[in-house]
Design a protein around this ligand. Structure first.
Ligand code: GLY
Length: 557
């Protein structure tokens, strides 16, 4: 009798506590994004009665206007969503797809050599965009407001214009030749062919009209009708291979995110065709076997570098679009496999001889990320891209849509690195309708006490930036400001070297790592632009931080 009564009594005693925990809601909403205008647009939509998903639609569309070098309607990305009401989590895969006329060797010349720039510049570099479909899908399925409302801030800014910043100028300088090669883009983003002065107002009336069509008609406003016709005509007139059917057939895919566990934290991150969540979880699994706080700084760096190297080796060998290739993610993410990798770790595993050691050009400033938690506890982590700065530099006339150069994320030839120096294999070869492998890593980290939403741009280095923030959270707790500011280092298997920011290692540490056989390359300007929001349940507090390397804004209201 007593044995039966006890659970009931305990249940009754703890019921109020359980109810309180279940009902606990964040006291404020937090948004961190790479541009103040986008953060404010998100809060504007929350203030109008939208939820985190509506805010995310507004932020993504606004970034498409005010950060034209990082993302846009001509690009795609990955949306990690958590719905508070039922705990449902999903990843909206809005990755671009290769057009159906794409072929495996489309960037090679007759003798099989890559044609310089062909996968990076101009319309042939562009895959079919996914962002417009994601905006419509997220608003309709998860939001509360119509697109006409959530896209309003972006439409307003496209019409009225925004002021050029230092970051804009730096990236426009880098891509000036490519923009000048494409008059519609040059007219919008340059000032008579030159980098605009700080404060110059960039107005985008064509983009405003395209956004209005999307707002009024949903996905059909982009993938059919006048927008689709102009996109395809513009692409084909300039030598590209898009068709109206490519646009009509584009679909976002909802996929189950990657779930992992590291010490006391639960990790939710991007699934294939982004390698982000898989590589992140593999690295965390390998590092699970170490008490990093007990190692000295050089030993600690070494095990982390080795974990990076091994996980990126698997990225290069096995990962690709799961709708086209079979990837044994269960094995890659298993703890048994991590144990096997860990055994070899400290002895510096003999890796394949590097086939090519080209310089990477991706600098960690392209692409974009934003994080949102609303007052209901809904959360959103979104990483968006048009790939390299200002994408392909090509804008089909009359659309205002700058196209991506995401085709370069495919393996254009085995062993030939992409713009980030990443190599790959058959799994990531080009095929019609296939999605190129990505590194975007929108991520949730959770303990019983805290919920963290974060991510960053930065090409191949995205995943290791998120790793370092996750390790900081797991081992030292830290706070949003410390995760985004953390000095960074990176290894991606090939090229076989460690890139590091000035404050990541002291001079003696650099020498010690070199003594262990590593080649170290200083990235003196730093890289990445992390955006983090955290909800601490103890003390019920929301905080947010925007990477000090960028121009973003984190705002809790
Ligand atoms: N375009 C960069 C990435 O998707 O990883």
């Amino acid at each position: 009798m007593i044995y039966r009564a006890r659970p009931l009594i305990l249940f009754l005693i703890f019921l109020p506590l359980l109810a309180t925990a279940a009902e606990l809601k964040p006291p404020a909403a937090g948004i961190a994004s790479a541009h103040p205008l986008a953060t404010r647009a998100g809060h504007e939509i929350l203030a109008r009665g939208g939820n985190a998903f509506d805010a995310a639609v507004a932020i993504a569309a606004t970034l498409a206007v005010v950060e034209p070098y990082g993302s846009g309607l001509g690009g795609g990305g990955f949306w990690l969503l958590h719905r508070a009401r039922d705990g449902f989590e999903t990843m909206v895969d809005a990755r671009e797809r290769a057009p159906m006329a794409a072929t495996r060797d489309m960037y090679l010349d007759e003798s099989g050599r890559p044609v310089a720039g062909l996968s990076l510049n101009g319309p042939l570099a562009a895959a079919i965009p996914g962002l417009p479909a994601a905006l419509a899908h997220v608003a309709e399925k998860y939001g509360r407001l119509p697109l006409t409302q959530s896209l309003a801030p972006a439409i307003r800014l496209a019409r009225k214009g925004f002021a050029v910043t230092a970051r804009y100028r730096k990236l426009a300088e880098r891509r000036m030749d490519v923009l000048n090669a494409h008059p519609a883009a040059a007219r919008v983003f340059l000032d008579n062919g030159f980098v605009p002065d700080p404060g110059f107002i960039v107005r985008q009336p064509d983009l405003a009209r395209t956004l209005v069509r999307l707002a009024k008609k949903g996905r059909a406003g982009f993938y059919a009708g006048v927008t689709a016709r102009r996109l395809v005509e513009g692409v084909r007139a300039a030598g590209g291979i898009w068709s109206l059917k490519d646009l009509a057939d584009y679909r976002i895919v909802e996929r189950t995110p990657v779930h992992g566990r590291h010490k006391n934290i639960r990790v939710t991150s991007a699934a294939l065709p982004s390698s982000g969540g898989t590589v992140l979880t593999q690295m965390l699994n390998i590092l699970e076997g170490f008490d990093l706080n007990k190692l000295d700084r050089v030993q600690r760096a070494q095990v982390i570098i080795e974990a990076m190297r091994l996980a990126y080796r698997d990225r290069a060998r096995y990962l690709g679009d799961p709708d086209f290739v079979s990837v044994d993610t269960q094995r890659l993410l298993s703890h048994d496999y991590a144990v096997r990798l860990r055994r070899a770790l400290r002895t510096r595993v003999k890796l394949d001889a590097p086939r090519r050691q080209t310089e990477t050009r991706g600098t960690g400033t392209n692409t974009t990320h934003f994080s949102v938690i609303d007052r209901e506890g809904n959360r959103v982590a979104v990483t968006l891209s048009i790939n390299y700065a200002f994408g392909s530099g090509f804008m089909p006339p009359g659309t205002g849509v700058l196209l991506n150069n995401e085709m370069d994320d495919f393996v254009i030839k085995p062993g030939v690195p992409n713009v980030y120096g990443l190599v790959g294999a058959e799994a990531n070869a080009i095929a019609p309708g296939k999605r190129p492998l990505s590194s975007m890593t929108p991520t949730f980290l959770e303990t019983d006490d805290a919920v963290v939403v974060l991510g960053t741009p930065g090409g191949s280095r995205i995943i290791t930036m998120v790793l370092l923030a996750a390790l900081e959270f797991a081992n030292n707790r830290g706070d949003a400001a410390s995760w985004v500011a953390l000095p960074r280092f990176h290894h991606q298997y090939l090229p076989d070297r460690v890139e590091y920011e000035p404050d990541a290692f002291s001079k003696p540490e650099v020498r010690a790592l070199e003594g262990l056989g590593y080649k170290l390359v200083l990235r003196k300007n730093g890289y990445g632009n992390m955006q983090a929001v955290v909800w601490y349940k103890t003390g019920n507090r929301v905080a947010a931080a925007s990477d000090p390397r960028g121009e973003g804004l984190a705002l809790v209201r």
